[in-house]
Write a protein that binds this ligand. Sequence first.
Ligand code: XMP
Length: 518
Amino acid sequence: MNQSLDNEFCAIIDFGSQYSQLIARRVRENRVYCEILPHSTVAADLKSRPLKGVILSGGPCGVYEEGAPTLDPAIFELGVPVLGICYGMQVACQTLGGEVTPSEEREYGDTALIIDEASDPLFGGLPERLQVWMSHGDRVTSIGDQFRAIAHTESSPLAAVRDKDLRFYGLQFHPEVTHTRDDGKILHNFLYKICRFSGDWKVRNYVDHAVEEIRAQVGDERVICALSGGVDSSVVAMLLHKAIGDRLSCFFIDNGVLREGEAEQVQELFAGKFGLDFRFIDATDRFLEVLAGVEDPETKRHRIGHQFIEEFREAAKQFEGVKFLAQGTLYPDVIESISPNQGASVTIKSHHNVGGLPDDLEFELVEPLRYMFKDEARQIGKEIGLPDAVVHRQPFPGPGLAIRVIGEVTPERLEVLRKADAIVQTEMAKLSDYRRIWQGFAVLLPVRTVGVQGDQRTYDNVIALRIVESSDGMTADWVYLPEETLARISSRICNEVQGINRVVLDISSKPPSTIEWE
Ligand code: XMP
């Protein structure tokens, strides 16, 4: 890693908590560069990094469970402060000679924390009584001589502990979730007052860093880039262009499952602009062929993923010996696709740009946004001069409308969805707070219901509206658009789109639902 990106580094060791990514987001929001590392990380892995702090995440196991992840004790000898959260606290206390008592019962939810040592720098700026979020089974029940308790709850005398020389803190609760009403102060205090980070991580530094890394990775070789026109791949294309100029060729592949007018819009934005070598491939027929007769969403994803690779293999033949393929993979895609036995959260679905790649892929991947969150990708886009229309584009999944046509994807069903979705996009864009919406779109359901139009009985399909707010797509809340907007969307779809006689609104959050219906 280069100095400008990584002159200070916080390691988050992941014991499998659903909140590990949230910890990383909170740390980045504090302008501290961090990465999530597997629990198999040992002190030697960290020695070459400019480490200033370590956070041990929570996790689903009990420390006594067979196969429960352990911690390398040498991490405590690296000379940097360590913060253990929940399982991270238990495994650290166990490693350092404390005692953990297993429990069948989970303590879950809001709890009042009483701070016993208000002068501790970790609690700077906090009241002596604080609502915190607990979610644990086992708990630390005894600590060695070198520790002391600094906060308790009614049922946990050791809700927060620290050792004498400020090198280790353990918290039984989760400071990273907003249900802990500390206004982010505990993590902030840990990073600034205890680890003494300077907080100079900025997206601006990242542009220069990425350019250098790309040059180091690809040398004098040529790179082809999958440019979809979304913010992630557009940023990647611009970074590569900055790094290697005309040794970059961007391919826009029309996979036949794009939204109305999308192929034309992307061409208009990029063809002949920014000095990019932009090439258009119409692969509609080939994609629709591999999708014919397929209803299962994972099969759709895999077939689309494989077809993309086929298209790139073909595209690469336009040049001699292309070794590198650039993609807009983001950190959440990487985290969501890591398997549980590598230490991070469970695989929910295969993102086609990470999980679905064939084993015999002969390109080396260039993924400059691999450690970035969506909001950071947007900031980088702004920084390198992409137009607002690209920077603030709503995310659109790689498998496109294929996962929004529920059931079989046919040209006719795609056309119905495309028309309905175009109405949603047009009406949504009229809202003054449009940017508050993370994604809003139509889904075509494989259900027919009875309706009446004029004097005619109809028996047609249903469109569902999915409109959500989110900060990174990992969690989401449904949005209630103004009634007149909803009414206009509904009446326009029923009147203008043949084959639809009913529009319903999806009022589910993620979790337990997901954003896409699939
Ligand atoms: P879910 O449905 O998992 O979606 O709640 C979370 C976010 O990810 C987008 N998404 C994808 N993006 N390739 C992508 O680039 C994919 O295969 C893919 N699948 C889902 C989805 O639109 C939402 O923003």
